[in-house]
Design a protein around this ligand. Structure first.
Ligand code: UTP
Length: 307
């Protein structure tokens, strides 16, 4: 059994990106030529997901519009025989009924956002993709959610994508406490005996950080329904998963690919640069620019005081 449903939460306030996200959803920020949410939707469908539940909020209507028809634009492109962009925007619209929207009325945390989808998910395992984690797998590997769904088919247990982070970074992530040292195995799967949300480096049980891709059992909803607040006063998904683990195993999955934290300004710029460099035409033009600017950047102090 593979997950057929994915939840994409998009109701966060995106405060780290203000002022850009004052009126525009963070998930519509563009990496090269596509909004973040589009990367997540394409990844979900490439994994065999059949329906996507967006947990959205006030001021996020633009997200639904992005995946709908735009008759005036299409007409204009057709009249000018601009077939490529026409095809591009039409292929953005999935079959009717495949995208489902519900609202999180208050941004009380990721765990609460997922709980808002409880009546729509059904009884089977479901995937979660956080659009501000962009995972680039390149042409060499399948998209990360497909990697996970393939593993899930034989494992049939809840799973989170994990990656190794620097010791001083553990306080930015949910951290997995492994049952056995991952070095002792060649498998990409690491069974968890605990999960800790944003531990200080000296308290972290490992450096295995959870990133925004999950496959969970629906039992998580009753645990999220307890609405216990955790780190940052928010209802945390990691805390509910730690409770789920008392009765159901949870595995970390060391995925193949590079994850960019596009919820953070620096990670977002890295994603733009890295993905632009994957396109031959852009690389040809960007590389000389970067080469000539590099010595300037290395020797001259930055001129702006904004962080
Ligand atoms: P983040 O914590 O990175 O998003 O949540 P945020 O709260 O919008 O960001 P900052 O820290 O204020 O800049 C990861 C994902 O979960 C969603 C976000 O929209 C994002 O896609 N989310 C988060 C919700 O849907 N609801 C919430 O209450 C919190």
């Amino acid at each position: 059994m593979r997950p057929r449903t994915a939840v994409i939460p998009v109701a966060g306030l995106g405060t780290r990106f203000l002022p850009a996200t004052k009126a525009m959803p963070k998930e519509m920020l563009t990496v090269v030529d596509k909004p973040l949410v589009q990367y997540a939707v394409e990844e979900a469908f490439a994994a065999g997901i059949e329906r996507i539940i967006f947990v959205t909020g006030r001021g996020k209507e633009m997200l639904a519009d992005h995946f709908d028809y735009t008759p005036e634009l299409e007409e204009s492109l057709r009249n000018r025989n601009r077939q490529d962009p026409l095809q591009q925007i039409r292929s953005l619209v999935p079959s009717a009924g495949c995208l489902i929207y519900t609202r999180q009325n208050e941004p009380l945390g990721l765990g609460h956002a997922i709980w808002c989808a409880r009546h729509l998910v059904g009884d089977g395992p479901f995937a979660i993709l956080l659009p501000d984690d962009l995972v680039w797998s390149g042409p060499q590997h399948p998209p990360v959610m497909k990697q996970m769904c393939d593993q899930y088919e034989s494992l049939q247990h809840s799973m989170v994508a994990i990656m190794n982070v620097e010791a001083q970074e553990t306080n930015k992530y949910g951290i997995l406490d492994p049952l056995t040292a991952p070095e002792s195995s060649t498998s990409p799967l690491v069974q968890a005996k605990g999960l800790v949300e944003k531990p200080a480096p000296h308290l972290a049980p490992s450096r295995l950080a959870i990133i925004g891709r999950y496959i969970l059992r629906p039992e998580i909803f009753s645990l999220l329904g307890k609405k216990q607040t955790g780190a940052g006063g928010e209802i945390q998904l990691t805390d509910a998963m730690a409770m789920l683990m008392q009765n159901h195993p949870i595995y970390g999955f060391l995925f193949q690919g590079t994850r960019y934290d596009c919820g953070d300004k620096v990670g977002f710029q890295m994603a733009n640069l890295a993905l632009a460099m994957e396109q031959p035409e852009m690389r040809t033009r960007l590389l000389p620019f970067l080469n000539t600017q590099l010595s300037h950047w290395q020797t001259q102090p930055a001129s702006s005081t904004n962080s």
